[in-house]
Write a protein that binds this ligand. Structure first.
Ligand code: SF4
Length: 149
């Protein structure tokens, strides 16, 4: 009998994709090891929004996506999230592991919207959406919780 492999959705930058705003990645060895025997779906909501890499860093301020100059990216980010949801719609995802503090992917904390490096409790927009839809969402910094699972 076939045993279904666990399916894990991950922020693409955690697997080493250079999709971060500054052109870098957030490769995470612990996550790569954890998903080695699982089905992996990598996703970057900001790339799916059509944004270039590198791109202006943005933060969430009062629920709006803004860059340091005050430009608003709400519509683009919404489009990116919709595209992510349609990509994963047919998938039976057991868990999403997302990059910390991102305005899209952050799960436990985000930057406070003043581009000052200050953090506040909260989630990025993609993480919020996944949680609201009932997905099991974990910040990559909490991956130790998954040992043996
Ligand atoms: S939007 Fe998410 S997946 Fe894309 S670079 Fe930022 S943290 Fe990584």
């Amino acid at each position: 009998m076939d045993v279904k492999r666990k399916c894990v959705l991950v922020s693409a930058c955690l697997m080493g994709e250079r999709c971060k705003y500054n052109g870098g990645h957030n490769y995470n060895r612990d996550l790569v090891d954890y998903v080695a025997d699982k089905e992996v779906i990598t996703i970057c909501p900001e790339v799916l929004a059509g944004l270039p890499t590198p791109r202006e860093p943005v933060e969430l301020r009062e629920g709006h996506v803004i860059d340091v100059a005050g430009n608003c990216y709400d519509d683009l980010f919404e489009k990116g999230i919709e595209r992510c949801l349609s990509e994963i719609a047919e998938k039976d995802i057991d868990l999403a592991v997302l990059q910390s503090r991102s305005p899209s992917c952050g799960v436990n904390q985000i930057y406070d919207g003043n581009f000052s490096g200050q953090k506040v409790a909260g989630s990025g927009l993609f993480a919020q959406k996944l949680k609201s839809l009932g997905y099991h969402v974990l910040d990559v910094e909490d991956i130790k919780q998954l040992e043996g699972k």
